[in-house]
Design a protein around this ligand. Sequence first.
Ligand SMILES: Nc1ncnc2c1ncn2[C@@H]1O[C@H](COP(=O)(O)OP(=O)(O)OP(=O)(O)O)[C@@H](O)[C@H]1O
Ligand SMILES: [Mg+2]
Length: 869
Amino acid sequence: MVAPAELTPMLRHYLELKAEHPDALLFYRMGDFYELFYDDAVRAAAMLELTLTARHRGSPNEAPMCGVPHHALEGYVARLLRRGEKVAVCDQMEDPAQAKGLVRREVTRVLTPGTLTETALLDGKESAYLAAIAWGSGGGAGAFLEVSTGELFFRRWGHPDEARGDLDLLRPRELLLPPVPLPEGLAGEVAREGLRLTPVEAADWPGPAEAASLLRDQFGVASLRGFGFRDGEPALVAVAAALGYARRMRRSSLAHIRSVTARESDDALLLDGTTLANLEVLRSSRDGGRNATLLSVVDESVTAAGARTVRDWLRRPLRDLGAIETRLAGVEALLAGATVRSTVRDRLRGLADLERLAGRAALGALTPREAAAVRDTLAVVPALFAELDRLAAPALDSLVRSDPLPALAAALERGLVERPASSPEEGPVVAAGIDPELDRVRSLAADSKRHILALEANERQRTGIPSLKIRYNQVFGYFIEVTKANQHLVPDDYLRRQTLVNAERYVTPQIKELEEQILGAEERRVALEREHFEALRARVGAEAEPLAALGRALARLDVLAGWAEVAARGGYVRPHLHDGPPGVRIVEGRHPVVERTVSGGFVPNDTELDPERNQIVLLTGPNMGGKSTYLRQVALIVLLAQAGSFVPAREAEIGLADRIFTRVGASDDLARGESTFMVEMTETANILRHATPRSLVILDEVGRGTATFDGLSLAWAIVEHLHESCRPLTLFATHYHELTELAELLPRVVNRTMAVKEWEERILFLRRVVPGAADKSYGLHVARLAGVPPSVVARAGEVLANLEAGEYDPTGRPRLAKGSVPATAQPEQLPLFTPPEQLVATLLREVDLERLTPLAALNLLGTLKARLG
Ligand SMILES: Nc1ncnc2c1ncn2[C@@H]1O[C@H](COP(=O)(O)OP(=O)(O)OP(=O)(O)O)[C@@H](O)[C@H]1O
Ligand SMILES: [Mg+2]
């Protein structure tokens, strides 16, 4: 690269800015284009398929360059952000026409995945969090900030596992890393694919005191206690780091962010990322998409803000009985009022995203069209609320009513034209009647054509040249054109400007005066429109908080109306929740997703879980029997109920749960670089450590990932632990039918099985959960159904018989029952059949060797061997 001294002032300025943003692609505004230079140009040209050119080509100052039209910036930036790039945007801060010397330019925003507010760059239906983690000696904390809506909260973590769970759950778009190392278990987790990591330099990472003072400034308070902060804790640092970073990137004080909340673990029914994934709440395990997820069934929202809220509620169901009941009552009211519901949903459709627009207004970034969207939305709100009056539902009102901001609505109504241009430069924005001066210059600008035509007619008459024309071009402005044939008629006061082949071009003092007026009027119009619009935008910005609150209220209304719709279509019922002893009683429950996809009708099933007798349900049954479906269905019903939704069942009674844990199947997590069995045991350890008697634990085939006996032993010990120590309500599906013996040993363990009917060598899945344990696993039947060659299935049958023969010890006791249980404890229940070793022993004892011929001895040996299998 050339020495800066030799560069033009513009490129020198560019390089100065670039030095301040080494890790971002710098888009530098020049006229109608944003240009990139040097390495940025080379990289961006490749990524965006732009033509690479050069500035000062052929000179020693030659600089590779590429550019995009200014109006197309966001589309290109969106593509770069998706690739994980960071973009700095440098704008012209003054009108180039009026600039003396180099046009003043500044970086006005740095766009990073976690700090966007640009509607075009955001997915309306998903929250886009910026997160920051801070860790201290006694634990850590994470801050989560959504710049576009101003949502800001923090979580405290005692253990890296909890941090891991939250990051999995909330999936921030960008994660800020402190300049000091994170604890062991977390460092690996955050390095995982998918999280965009931004290390923050020590100079930009606040200490606790600095953090506290930054937050006091931001929130305009003298003490931070009101927000639930403790002195010097990591949460302060995390929140301040996130805010500080967002402020630096947005070049803004982010004045719309006025408060922060502590999300305590006991506010919500806790789910971790694993559980959300296992239950396929937001993403399907098949392709990570939305198809066949709980979200796809219960998201009937009609607005983007509603869709974000549904996700939020599913991710964080409640634990506060009153709050849940309020939501349920809202759904009930909207379910009963079908007409109101459909009108409300119609009116909500097409409403603007007030929460995000409020954020943009607070940042001073609201465009005229976005302001019109706010206006049009506010105009609908009174009718929407009037519609709700017809339901007379106080619980609903408490959730979904908010100040409709009539004064702001009126100001926007008055202040904006019906359909504003995208900016004052492009056309009218401000309504007529606001400012007489604006009206005057506007009519002057708009009437220029009429004025010109009048002047033209006048000149034709005065000169007697019927073909005389007044025309316009960039170089001369307005001029009079007279053909060569009429030159003799041109009056003296015409000043010649240009000679063409067939015509001469003139100006007059009068036409120059008119021109000045016309061009001046346009300039004046733009200036006045901008001034008025900025005032209006500031007005909206000043009410950003109540506006965002209204947006959130409408989003809640959207969710509740959607849930009423889901309940009406799907035949869901209102669950009965209570804060008495934990317990789940479901009559004819269904799996909300599977019931929509099975052909031939879904079979509903009952559930009974309680801490006294049915604490742990061991579910056995054939492959394909419906075990996994049943387990998930119970968890989903509890989750839905505590989120405030009706549930797919005939009746449901649920004692509030504090957490749902799941450990499902043996799935590799290669991205995390851990083996199947390691993942399985890590998750199980997490359950054993954190489950309480109020938790719901779903275990699907735990232990499968290792050697049979290891797996079975672990499963056995895990059930004992759940039964004796942490005592959560548990559903455990397993193929180890040895485990079902536990029901006889432990008082709160019961066996359930998926009923099947055998019919002509085939089995019929009834998909009904019934008391008892499966007597066989039917794995071979399923193998046959799946088309495994008959010879293989037959051979598997022989092997199975051999294995089963070894299942009981010589006294007829199951080999796996605990040694401490006396063998005589259940003589009447066992043995189920005489073990072959015992038969062989009996036969041997009875043989009279004296009378045995060699041939008979050989035959006997054959029989004995056959007995042993
Ligand atoms: N209650 C039900 N009514 C109707 N169909 C059902 C029901 N439950 C499950 N099914 C159907 O049976 C299929 C298998 O169910 P599921 O995966 O739950 O069986 P499983 O017992 O867990 O099998 P495996 O032991 O192989 O894991 C489901 O994909 C679904 O199509
Ligand atoms: Mg299964």
